[in-house]
Design a protein around this ligand. Structure first.
Ligand SMILES: Cc1ncc(COP(=O)(O)O)c(C=O)c1O
Length: 442
């Protein structure tokens, strides 16, 4: 394969695909060549219903004219401006608009290019904030089992997905993990927050006591754990985390990379659950997934803690070449406008019960052992095949694609998160496509 000839045009080997079964894919490639609203077009001309908003990001649906046009216009007007020591108006405008839709007090925005970078940024802000206010002994970070916080070193250190951690050595030191909240025996087939498990928040107190709370900088959780297979929080759990953090001077970070921008029928999961973190990590839906961009929101007192000292000095030694990139900022502004004009957050809220009933109608279907829904998110957990974990769900994924439906699988769990423009008929189509596939799976 290292012959020159192998490097000819369209050599599938050249692209090492991320989080993919490369060899399986390259034997039978699944290629998209177009997209509009709720559908992708495949290279063989078929329409595929997008049951996952791409990767939880295309919340307004595909190729929305306002966003496309904003990107086109920006590329022709100001393509790039240095992100350090220089500015351009759209980055400031976007930050202001984001602060306006964010939960109260989260008024300052640091731009990144992805969810993973937003996580790293949030963890660094937390540590630097503690130090800036004279609390440098707070160096520990707490995550949770089954948490997904992207793939960079900080994120996999606080994250709790074994497969994403085990290959990469010692990771960050000074990290501990709370237990996950998955309890299908007590919370099976749940709609919205689960009934049991608020007491698991006491794990934070246990860990804080073990290390002494004065050593802990921050705790990071996804309000709804997504990539691990959709785990809605138990009722009261997030509120209790907030209380423990307040009592012990620990910063609470919400990773809202998938729950942000309308996925929960509110701007953020924080609004849905009525719990406001100190730092909020976002990406994906910020630009409708169209241009890579992330945004980390922080409370005023965190921002203010950095704004001391001589004015010519850089207050926070962190940032990316593309932080607040003009084209991404233009896409972000057009995305927020699209969400607002189309009332998409409200639409998601109105659809939540319809969505929940439809997905739960798959209860009793062959291989299904649990179903969980919250906001416009759904998970269908399958019984794994003996000695071949993940195979059953992966086969369902390939068959669904062939039958015109894009789903996502993680382990043996099917995760669904359609664009917020989905119609009730299309929700029905997801269920009607999946049922016979599951019934006929080995
Ligand atoms: C909760 C959460 N955090 C972080 C990330 C990482 O985002 P990215 O893939 O943009 O780096 C993801 C991606 O799915 C996520 O779900």
């Amino acid at each position: 394969m290292n012959e020159r000839v192998a490097l000819s045009t369209n050599n599938l080997e050249a692209f090492w695909m991320p989080f993919s079964a490369n060899r399986q894919f390259k034997k039978a490639p699944r290629m998209f060549i177009g997209a509009k609203d709720m559908h992708y077009t495949t290279s063989d001309g078929r329409q595929v219903l997008d049951g996952t908003a791409g990767l939880w990001c295309v919340n307004a649906g595909h190729c929305r004219p306002k966003i496309t046009e904003a990107i086109r216009a920006q590329a022709g007007e100001l393509d790039y401006a240095p992100a350090f020591q220089m500015g351009h108006p759209k980055a400031f405008e976007l930050a202001s608009q984001l602060a306006m839709i964010a939960p109260t007090g989260l008024d300052h925005v640091f731009f990144t290019n992805s969810g993973s970078e937003s996580v790293e940024t949030a963890l660094k802000i937390a540590l630097a904030y503690q130090r800036a206010k004279g609390d440098g002994a707070r160096f520990r970070l707490i995550g949770r089992e089954r948490g997904y916080h992207g793939v960079n070193f900080g994120g996999i250190s606080v994250g709790g997905i074994v497969g994403n951690r085990k290959m990469f050595g010692t990771l960050l030191t000074g990290v501990d993990h709370m237990r996950h909240t998955h309890d299908p025996a007590r919370n099976g087939y749940s709609k919205g927050e689960t009934e049991h498990g608020a007491d698991l928040a006491e794990d934070l107190l246990r860990i804080a006591t073990l290390h002494d709370p004065s050593t802990i900088a921050a705790v990071i959780v996804e309000p709804v754990a997504g990539s691990t297979g959709v785990l809605p929080p138990p009722k009261g759990y997030l509120k209790r985390l907030r209380e423990i953090c307040d009592q012990h001077g620990i910063l609470l970070i919400f990773d809202e990379v998938i729950t942000g921008y309308g996925r929960m029928g509110e701007a953020f999961a924080s609004d849905y659950f009525g719990v406001v973190p100190d730092i909020m990590v976002t990406a994906k839906g910020l630009t409708n997934g169209v241009v890579p961009m992330g945004a980390v929101f922080v409370k005023d007192d965190i921002y203010d803690a950095f704004m001391g000292g001589a004015e010519h000095l850089i207050e926070f030694a962190h940032g990316y070449t593309y932080s607040g990139n003009p084209i991404a900022a233009a896409a972000g502004l057009a995305t927020l406008e699209t969400y607002k004009e189309d009332g998409l957050f409200e639409r998601a809220k109105a659809l939540e019960p319809v969505w929940a009933d439809a997905i739960h109608s798959l209860k009793g279907t062959r291989h299904v052992i649990d179903i969980r829904t919250i906001g416009l998110i759904g998970a269908i957990e399958l019984e794994p095949m003996k000695d071949m974990p993940t195979k059953r769900a992966f086969t369902a994924f390939v068959e669904a694609f062939e039958k015109g439906l894009l789903i996502r699988t993680t382990g043996d769990i099917i995760a669904l998160s359609p664009p917020l423009i989905i119609s009730e008929d299309q929700i029905g189509e997801i269920v009607d496509t999946l049922k016979p596939i599951l019934d006929n799976l080995d």
